[in-house]
Design a protein around this ligand. Structure first.
Ligand SMILES: *Cc1c(COP(=O)(O)O)cnc(C)c1O
Length: 371
């Protein structure tokens, strides 16, 4: 008991009691996928909850990124961040486009807007920023740059479920935004995702693209892919949507406990709430300054493991260091000093709605005593 395993995350699960009648209903309808009853309900419910008008469900959070680039016929080069999950850059590669990495802000880990212009070339057509850990990017500045150069913006908002700035969903920014509903995220449908756009014609086009391009029984209007969410996951998602607000409230109180315990610990930095932002507490990253803390990030990561506590180094290694990308000029570490610094300092502590006080105390004790 003393030493029970504490994982970095644990999925938000709906009650089986509520889920089973929905499964029975799906069995009765014998309609398992292709824009079924629960699919339609979940699309509507999510759009309403998130405060957006046009949302299309997907089978995961990677295909909406790939489809967004397709839907806008992005060409040439796409400016993006190396400080993210690999899927962000992979989606660019899968469209036959060239990713161009730009360094991040030390404060947030988000792409540094002041570094974007220097990376724009005659081939640049889009920017793909990420709201890392759910902290909103500097959306105003990124839009200004996009407007000057005529670039599209696709936000990877996989971490930003329910995040608002000044009462407005961050999903309203740019041309499109994507969400992931993977089991590890704040809100999950086991596997799942969504693509958010801002007009009905574009949503229609996205809905063709996620269903092979079918516009009718015998009409294929575009070379689409298959990324349809099935009825079982949509029903599961409807149940989870009902409890996501209470899950976010619990995450907030966990973040507050961590912050209180770590606030006077030399060499450890963490993120603070930003005024006017409705945060979702998707992660609890700490950044370790080895010279002051007296122990390296990796040593602490290993030490926690000895106590059966599993943190995660999100995001280490940087995407720009993987074999597919490290040959790019923009992947040169000299171009990305802040991203490298954060990747070497970061450790995400366990964060999920049901993390209890005793577990938090155990984690804090190891971090404080360095063993
Ligand atoms: C999780 C995640 C994705 C991919 O989502 P999947 O649902 O796992 O395909 C993309 N980008 C970021 C930043 C993520 O964290």
């Amino acid at each position: 008991m003393e030493n029970k395993e504490i994982t970095v995350t644990s999925p938000l699960l709906p009650s089986l009691e509520d889920f089973i009648p929905m499964l029975k209903d799906i069995w009765d309808r014998k309609w398992l996928t292709n824009n079924g009853h629960y699919h339609k309900e979940l699309e509507k419910a999510l759009a309403e909850y998130l405060g957006v008008e046009y949302l299309s469900l997907f089978t995961n959070g990677t295909l909406p990124l790939i489809t967004a680039l397709q839907a806008m016929r992005v060409t040439g080069e796409v400016i993006t961040t190396p400080y993210s999950f690999v899927a962000t850059t992979h989606s660019i590669w899968w469209n036959g486009l060239k990713p161009v990495f730009v360094d991040v802000e030390e404060e947030t880990g988000n792409i540094n807007p002041e570094k974007i212009e220097a990376a724009i070339t005659p081939h640049t057509t889009a920017i793909m920023p990420v709201h890392v850990y759910g902290t909103p990017c500097n959306m105003k500045r990124i839009q200004e740059i996009a407007d000057i150069y005529g670039l599209k913006i696709i936000y990877d908002a996989a971490h930003a479920f329910g995040v608002k700035k000044d009462g407005v969903s961050v999903l309203k920014a740019g041309d499109m935004s994507t969400l992931s509903f993977h089991a590890t995220k704040v809100y999950n449908t086991i596997e799942g995702g969504a693509l958010i756009c801002h007009d009905a014609a574009t949503k229609k086009r996205i809905d063709y693209l996620k269903n092979f391009g079918f516009a009718g029984e015998t009409t294929v209007v575009a070379p689409g892919i298959n990324s349809k969410m099935d009825e079982i996951r949509a029903a599961y998602g409807l149940l989870n949507l009902k409890q996501v607000d209470s899950a976010i409230a619990k995450r907030k109180s966990i973040a507050e406990k961590y912050r209180e315990a770590l606030k006077d610990m030399p060499g450890i930095r963490f993120l603070h709430d930003i005024e006017g932002v409705r945060h979702n507490y998707a992660y609890f990253p700490i950044f370790i300054d080895e010279a002051i803390y007296g122990m390296s990030r990796d040593a602490l990561y290993e030490k926690l493991k000895e106590y059966n506590i599993y943190g995660r180094r999100y995001f280490y290694p940087l995407i720009s260091t993987f074999s597919a990308y490290k040959g790019l000029d923009s992947a040169n570490p000299a171009n990305l000093p802040v991203a490298h610094k954060l990747a070497n300092q970061v450790l995400c502590l366990p964060m999920f709605a049901n993390l209890n006080d005793a577990d938090i105390d155990r984690i804090i004790t190891v971090v404080a005593n360095k063993g």
